[in-house]
Design a binder for this molecule. Structure first.
Ligand SMILES: Nc1ncnc2c1ncn2[C@@H]1O[C@H](COP(=O)(O)OP(=O)(O)OP(=O)(O)O)[C@@H](O)[C@H]1O
Length: 348
């Protein structure tokens, strides 16, 4: 049976049904709709003002590839300029291939690219060295904790170097829903309290960050990349299988099978959550070492590096009561007198 006509242009045959709405569209109309929705997210949320210099966190993966492509399409209407910033975490057998994809994108789209490396920024520490240091006798399950904190810092540093006024990342709705689930599973009220919204406004001197793909489903991101024939790197990070996020991802897939709106419902639930004031993190101060946003003497990145340099990395990541959980905070439940330092960072 031939495909039905596209319900938008009525000229071409439909090439897909949109996963959420079931609408039958041709590839061109789907891509136009996808771009219009991202434009709406940016405009309605006032995420990127005219003349913004936008650093796109470019990992070479599908999400940031789609984000960079869509923002490039939209940049004349938004009046923004783009700069790709890629972080080389020093992960052998993974990041080099991903960076090669970013370089190809920069060349094809004629966008400036800056690469910053953990090894240069963090006193010689690469993620592979961190993994060796944190593993002890077994496999390290805390790599994503370290990497998330350090990458956030590295992206901020890279963005500053290129004179950016804003940072965007490619987190999609599925990523956001996983994060909400993980925060629930950890009982992390501090993060849940400010987990909604489209990003952080740039408190404490940090650059404003946002996630323009936050309402786009992973499936549609992949479909957009397919129809626009985007070239991206699709392998999983070598440390990802150890991460707690994988459990949240599996759970989310099962929830979505039973209830297709589960992903977006979770994203919106984070926006609507109203927690009692006592659950909110304290007003942040600044790190005594680097001046970044911190709720304790040292910011997350400096605390982690301190632990690594002293040969006691596990202390900084929650093997004690006040450390960080994997990819985020994990203070003792109910311990609100001095919440974990990680509560000072937004949930991405
Ligand atoms: N090495 C990196 N350099 C620059 N930005 C990065 C890097 N890694 C991740 N990011 C940014 O953070 C976002 C989320 O990354 P993460 O690895 O958690 O998710 P992802 O869904 O696999 O994203 P992607 O498909 O873009 O790799 C990316 O979309 C990108 O904007």
């Amino acid at each position: 049976m031939p495909a039905p006509p596209c319900t938008s242009c009525h000229a071409a045959r439909a090439a897909l049904r949109r996963p959420r709405s079931g609408q039958a569209l041709c590839g061109a109309c789907f891509c136009a709709a996808f771009e219009a929705e991202v434009l709406h997210t940016v405009l309605a949320g006032r995420l990127l003002p005219p003349n913004a210099v936008v650093a796109v966190g470019a990992s070479g993966g599908k999400d940031s590839t789609v984000l960079a492509h869509v923002l490039r399409e939209l940049s004349p209407r938004l009046g923004i300029s783009l700069h790709l910033v890629a972080v080389d975490e020093g992960i052998g057998g993974y990041r080099d291939a991903a960076l090669a994809a970013v370089k190809r994108q920069a060349a094809r789209w004629e966008l400036p690219l800056t690469i910053v490396a953990y090894a240069d920024l963090f006193g010689g520490w690469t993620m592979d060295a961190v993994a060796r240091s944190t593993a002890g006798s077994g496999r390290s399950r805390s790599c994503c904790t370290f990497c998330g904190v350090l990458r956030r810092r590295a992206l901020e540093e890279g963005a500053r170097r290129v004179g950016a006024t804003h940072i965007v990342t490619g987190h999609n709705a599925d990523d956001m829903a996983e994060t909400v689930l993980m925060n629930f599973l950890r009982g992390d009220a501090g993060r849940l309290a400010r987990g909604g919204g489209l990003g952080s406004p740039g408190e404490g001197g940090a650059l404003p960050r946002c996630r323009p793909l936050q309402f786009a489903s992973q499936k549609e991101v992949v479909l957009y990349a397919h129809f626009r024939r985007l070239d991206y790197f699709s392998e999983e990070c070598v440390y990802a299988p150890e991460a707690f996020r994988g459990h949240a991802r599996d759970l989310l897939k099962r929830l979505e099978a039973a209830r297709p709106s589960a992903v977006l419902d979770l994203v919106h639930s984070a926006e609507r959550l109203a927690l009692v004031p006592a659950a909110r993190p304290p007003r942040p101060g600044s790190c005594s070492r680097c001046g970044a946003l911190a709720s304790r003497d040292l910011c997350q990145a400096c605390a982690l590096l301190d632990g690594l340099n002293r040969g006691r990395p596990r202390l900084a990541i929650g093997k004690g009561r006040r450390g960080l959980g994997e990819e985020g905070p994990q203070g003792a439940p109910g311990d609100r007198a001095q919440p974990p330092a990680s509560e000072t960072i937004p949930a991405f």
